[in-house]
Design a protein around this ligand. Structure first.
Ligand SMILES: [Zn+2]
Ligand SMILES: [Zn+2]
Length: 345
């Protein structure tokens, strides 16, 4: 094998280790030339740093789209390899990366916060959509993660809250003041979207805490009578027909209660004494087989046997079912001769 001595490093090497210059071999070996080029490049770079950077920048700006497309294509082609490499790198340099990030963050805290905020404001909807999609897709994972760390999370939250109490309450108050309308409308939107769920849950909760809930709302109503009245008035004005029809439905469905109430009103109007509930009047009707106590026809009203105008009372014992005809022919007769009246039939 032909050999040759390198005039730079002085080693004797195979001729394959030398570049050719025309038909002659170069006097420095390939390795020495590579070393020289490396040093030369470095020097050149050092002394032209700014010009090079400028040139690079111009180039990048001019070819922005091409570069971006190329990078993207490259990343897509090598996605797995890149992410594996990234991961490896991050794992190997974990501490250093964290420290570096932290330093960077500390140095640029305010600018970053500003930037983050601007970015968030600009992408609010997209972010919300993405979050929601993520949450919907990973519901179970999220839930499981929470369940597994429930206690730790709550401890952490509590500690954080205790440490930052004043700041938090101040901040949230300021936020609420600043975003009052937005909050209200977002609450409303949420309610509209989840109406059925919310109402169902509310109902369950109400059933479980009925007494307490009632007491609370009574207290609130008593403390806010003006508001309650105003609201009721508006409601009545807006729902006149609805109220009317529900009232008349109630009347149809509760004839006994209606009768009792009419009866009581008559008693009150006369200034007479006595009081009968719907149940007591029903019992009186049942006792008479729900028939007119004079003629035996179908009962249609309740008679005060001793008329109120003649000092009769509103007590159940003075009440009997009667038909309209007998009721009006009896009028306020007292004493009343039932036998004579029956014979007239
Ligand atoms: Zn050499
Ligand atoms: Zn009758």
């Amino acid at each position: 094998m032909d050999m040759k001595e390198c005039t730079k490093c002085g080693e004797v090497k195979a001729v394959g280790e030398f570049y050719k210059n025309g038909s002659k071999l170069r006097s420095h070996c390939k390795m020495c030339m590579a070393e020289y080029r490396k040093v030369y490049r470095k020097k050149y770079y050092q002394s032209n740093k700014e010009a090079i950077a400028e040139k690079c920048k111009t180039y990048r700006e001019k070819n922005k789209d091409t570069i971006r497309a190329r990078d993207k294509a490259y990343r897509e082609r090598n996605r797995d390899a890149i992410s594996a490499k990234d991961k490896r790198y991050r794992e190997q340099n974990r501490e250093a990366i964290i420290a570096k990030d932290k330093r960077y963050y500390e140095r640029n805290r305010e600018a970053l916060a500003e930037k983050n905020k601007a970015w968030y404001e600009q992408n609010r909807d997209a972010i919300a959509t993405r979050r929601k999609t993520y949450r919907d897709k990973n519901k179970d994972v999220i839930k499981a993660r929470y369940q597994n760390n429930k206690e730790a999370i709550s401890v952490r939250h509590k500690a954080y809250y205790e440490q930052n109490k004043d700041e938090i309450s101040e901040r949230s108050k300021a936020y609420r003041d600043r975003n009052r309308d937005a909050i209200r409308s977002s609450k409303k939107d949420y309610y509209e979207r989840n109406k059925e769920d919310i109402l169902a849950k509310r109902k369950v909760r109400y059933e479980q805490n009925k007494d307490r809930a009632k007491a609370t709302s009574d207290r609130w109503r008593m403390a806010n009578l003006d508001r309650v009245r105003a609201k009721r008035k508006v409601y009545r004005e807006q729902n006149n027909d609805k109220i009317k029809s529900s009232k008349s439905k109630w009347h149809r469905d509760n004839p006994d209660k209606v009768r009792a109430s009419k009866q009581r009103r008559r008693v009150l109007k006369r200034g007479a004494e006595g009081y009968a509930t719907a149940e007591q009047i029903e019992a009186r009707w049942d006792m008479w087989g729900r028939k007119c106590y004079i003629c035996g026809g179908p009962a249609e009203a309740t008679d005060h046997v001793k008329p109120l105008v003649k000092d009769g009372a509103g007590w159940p014992c003075n009440l009997r079912p009667v038909c309209r005809r007998c009721n009006s022919s009896k009028g306020s007769t007292w004493p009343f001769d039932i036998k004579a009246a029956r014979e007239l039939q």
